[in-house]
Design a protein around this ligand. Sequence first.
Ligand code: DX5
Ligand code: ZN
Length: 217
Amino acid sequence: MIKIAPSILSADFMRLGEEIKAAEAAGIDLFHIDIMDGHFVPNMTIGPSIVEAINKITDVPLDVHLMIEEPDKYVKDFINAGADYLAVHIEASVHAHRTVQVIKESGIKAGIALNPATPACSLDHILQDLDFVVLMSVNPGFGGQSFIPQSMDKIKILKKLIQERGLSTLIEVDGGVKPDNARQVADAGADMLVMGSAFFSSKDYGTLTKKLREVLK
Ligand code: DX5
Ligand code: ZN
């Protein structure tokens, strides 16, 4: 089953607890949490203390996407805060292999995120160690951007690499995913779909989730 991961970046932060509860009641699979530092990306969001607070009010697994420089300095903080999936950007990692090992040793899922211009083959020598890859289909930093069309080919290329090697690495596609293109993105090879603006701008999260399950059948 394709996993649906609403990105809380587009939630109403004044009512974050209620938003989390409403999305959970809608039957989503993961919460995607975007961490931005104002250096790696031109925007800032939240830190480990908010992740910890979210973890206290939901049983839904937390998928934490670090868009920060020097991620190895902070992975432990996010592991301790309750991340179940944790991804760092390859472009920000000097010692990606070590960082991935630290994440895995803690018993949670380790991922690497790729910016749109970073080729899938940059993961050639680390793919076998990854539980998932976050394939960015927009330039990271903001919600509500349009899906970059050439991402579709990149998903297919990455899927082929994974299959040829007999790996079970999951592909999470992040950016510009909407009910209209969800089927196409899944057909290209996505296993997890992040959905920020399209999810939290919908009137009824339950109806939207049902619609997505139907589209993704
Ligand atoms: C972008 C973030 C995404 C974003 C997706 O930097 O990594 O997770 O929240 O939002 P939408 O679905 O609106 O493109
Ligand atoms: Zn993200």
